[in-house]
Design a protein. Structure first.
Length: 172
């Protein structure tokens, strides 16, 4: 999992690898999309900065959560999952990384709660998001969303290549 390093503060540019935004402050949804983009470009330092910006207030966390869950539950039968079903998280966690395992569990609970409109399941996960596990939960969701979007971009690239192959450059 990406670490929450103290030398990557959002308001300090410590190297050319970490950049900060100047001008009007983006909202949580924008920071979430920036974190996804950073992960897909293997720019972990800026992903950390973006997630830290999301963690600054509840409105930012909720806006980011809306973006991330929209990506991750898209295509699921909303309200149609069995009560005992869980939306899976594809991230592998080592046994000794208890905090990471807890973050994955909370992230799966949030996704399942959104997919089933289950307020009872969402409550504890939202409390965790506002607490000590919040950063890790958001990192899990950002990484999952980045992986899902990267898959579709790859599929789109494959379909474009096939289209141009069979059309001879776009002409049938």
């Amino acid at each position: 999992m990406i670490s929450d390093r103290d030398d990557l503060l959002a308001d300090v540019v410590s190297s050319s690898a970490t950049t900060t935004h100047t001008g009007p402050q983006p909202d949580g949804a924008t920071w979430a999309r920036a974190a996804i983009g950073a992960i897909n470009r293997r720019d972990h330092a800026n992903a950390i900065v973006a997630v830290r910006m999301v963690m600054q207030d509840e409105a930012s966390r909720m806006a980011a959560l809306d973006v991330l869950t929209s990506v991750l539950v898209h295509g699921l039968p909303m309200g149609g999952l069995r009560p005992d079903a869980r939306v899976p998280i594809g991230m592998t966690v080592l046994k000794e990384e208890h905090h990471c395992a807890k973050a994955v569990e909370h992230a799966a609970s949030l996704l399942t709660a959104v997919a089933n409109s289950d307020v009872g399941l969402a409550g504890p996960a939202l409390e965790a998001l506002a607490g000590d596990h919040g950063f890790d939960i958001l990192i899990v969701l950002v990484r999952e969303a980045a992986a899902r979007l990267e898959h579709f971009v790859g599929v789109d690239g494959d379909t474009a290549d096939a289209y141009y192959l069979v059309t001879g450059g776009g002409q049938l």
